[in-house]
Design a protein around this ligand. Structure first.
Ligand SMILES: [Zn+2]
Length: 186
């Protein structure tokens, strides 16, 4: 019989969905495994303590087993939680922008800080986009707006995740796009 790898790792709950009648499917950003999808079997049963702990914006230590796909077995009590709408939007950003199964200690550290402070701002997005290679780490170097391209007149102040482009505030405001996909960088 194959030995299945089981481990404890701190996790941040990015998304939670129902799966079948009783299971929950989670998108997690984890310290040790990066972003993963993990299922919690029978977690929607009224007696399951997992369901109560595993809500969006929660950071908690969890026991995960890799059976070819990840399964959430247990959580330790405690851990921080933030349900501030700006931070929920930040979780959406992390989900959109990070690949699966690629741990990144720097990203984990930032995510943990954001949830711990229950606060997020342009500096954080700028730093994350810099780590991801989308923008210069030097704050004085502003990217040009991808749509109007007038860098001098209106430097980009927003990042639009569906197209992975920077936009100036005019272009950001003038088009009907979901505000949840626009992130401030200045
Ligand atoms: Zn523009």
């Amino acid at each position: 019989m194959a030995i299945m790898a089981e481990r404890y790792t701190p996790i941040l709950v990015l998304r939670r969905e129902n799966k079948g009648n009783q299971d929950l499917l989670f998108t997690l950003y984890t310290k040790d495994l990066g972003k993963i999808k993990a299922i919690a079997k029978s977690a929607r049963k009224i007696t399951s303590k997992l369901a109560g702990h595993l809500t969006q914006g929660r950071i908690i230590k969890a026991r995960i087993i890799d059976k070819g796909s990840f399964q959430l077995l247990d959580v330790l009590s405690g851990g921080g939680k933030c349900t501030n709408l700006e931070v929920i939007k930040f979780l959406h950003f992390l989900d959109s922008m990070t690949p699966y199964n690629q741990p990144d200690p720097h990203l984990w550290h930032i995510a943990k800080e954001v949830v711990g402070r229950c606060q997020v701002g342009p500096v954080v997005y700028r730093e994350l986009l810099s780590i991801m290679g989308f923008v210069s780490p030097f704050p004085s170097v502003l990217p040009a707006c991808a749509w109007c391209k007038r860098r001098e007149r209106s430097p980009a102040t927003l990042f639009y995740t569906p197209d992975l482009v920077f936009l100036c505030s005019n272009c950001g405001a003038g088009v009907k796009i979901d505000e949840d996909e626009l992130f401030p960088i200045t």
